[in-house]
Design a protein around this ligand. Sequence first.
Ligand code: ADP
Ligand code: MG
Ligand code: ZN
Length: 515
Amino acid sequence: MVGAVTSSPATSGGPAPVAYDDVVRRYEPVLGLETHVELGTASKMFCSCSTVFGAKPNTQVCPVCLALPGSLPVANGAAVESAIRLGLMLNCSIASWCRFARKNYFYPDMPKNYQISQYDEPLCTDGYLDVAVETPDGPREFRVGIERVHMEEDTGKTSHVGGATGRIHGADYSIVDYNRAGIPLLEVVTKPIEHTGEFAPEAARAYVRELRDLVRSLGISDVRMEEGSLRCDVNVSLMPRGGTEWGTRSETKNVNSLRSVERAVRHEMERQAGLLDAGQRVVQETRHFQEASGTTVSGRSKEEAQDYRYFPDPDLVPVAPSAEWIEELRATLPEPPAAKRARLQAEWGLSDEELRDLVNAEATDLVAATVDAGAPSAEARKWWLNELSRRSTEAEISLSALAITPAQVARIIALVAEGTLTNKLARQVVDGVLNGEGTPDEVVDARGLKVVSDDSALGAAVDAAIADNPDAAEKVRSGKVAAAGALVGAVMKATRGQADAGRARELILERLGAG
Ligand code: ADP
Ligand code: MG
Ligand code: ZN
């Protein structure tokens, strides 16, 4: 929503930022988003090394990804297929012939001294993605043009040790892990995004979210921004409102949450307006987003464009997907997330607001999977949005990271529906499952959580309640059925809440001749 993000504090070293409302009254932002998607293929882009995350440093390397002399790369077919599928989902044209290029530069986390990427011959070009933004006047749709989707390889990971900031400045030494070097990446580059006006920050966020959901629906990446499998560079420029000539852009690198995307755009708009108002110019540079302050700080200047001396990689054959293969892939694309949301809204009978709550809680797919496992949608929604959302907030993890599966939630819902569990007992079962005590049924058995509803077990508790409460019993006998409540309460207490209250009441009335 507009105004959801507070104004940025002053930027050190520059003119004071301009208040957001004032910025959008006088300036028009242009955005560009470059998103890296790390693919979930079993092996790397050009060799057969494993891509499993978290292995001991430098154990998933070979002569190819270390670029030892004489080694030769071979493109990973599964990665090419993923790229084509993403391109098709983004309404792109797929090249019938294209090549990989060498992007030459030196950095210690890149053992080849060049990165294999695509330059002037990307695999997918000229697509679009529609995104919706909530405005005070209702939802508004923006069509984001997609310039290209190209394939490349990731670099290794450098750690700077000894300094306070984790940056190279002040560090005692640096170490490099090449396990990530050569993992396949797709880079999705938008065309300049115009006409988003005051909704630019929300539009940027909505685009990255929609792209993330689309990639997830393809199952080609786990798209976890916090783990870096989805990373976003945010380009922003300003021009005077009504102008046609774009201003100079800044590029904020590796923004790693949806909220940060929104904040980074907003801050850059405020900061750049401050510069322009003061008669200064915006410098073309990379910047870094500071999570704590919500501001960006200057990185590397890009004013002297680096010469990467791109040229086609002579070690790799061209990629030439046949028209038949592309059509085969097109025919098996999943339902786009926007279409899926609309379908579920209709199937479940949700209001726009209910759908929005579900989407904002990142619960849509979890609820859908719970419904697929047999739960009624209203119950599934209730559990994920209430009890389980509360647990994920407490644990400070995402809903999908909770140690409970949609099928298990569906089973708990079924146990409540059949009367084996009360809602209160069901919450204890959730505790047990999250605690690693096993499946819902195992937790019910191990913790002895079943509702006591078989008459022999209940009967003893009912008899005891009648014996212990002669006054209430007498009232029921004489026709004051309301007095049975006290006896039901006594049964519930004696069974620590596990009695089936309805059945206990029936037994009480039966025993006292009032049934
Ligand atoms: P680089 O390689 O320097 O990052 P690219 O052209 O690959 O440059 O990507 C720049 C991104 O910024 C693209 O998404 C592009 O659409 C966008 N862009 C280009 N010019 C502007 C501008 N003046 N203002 C905002 N975004 C821009
Ligand atoms: Mg860039
Ligand atoms: Zn390798």
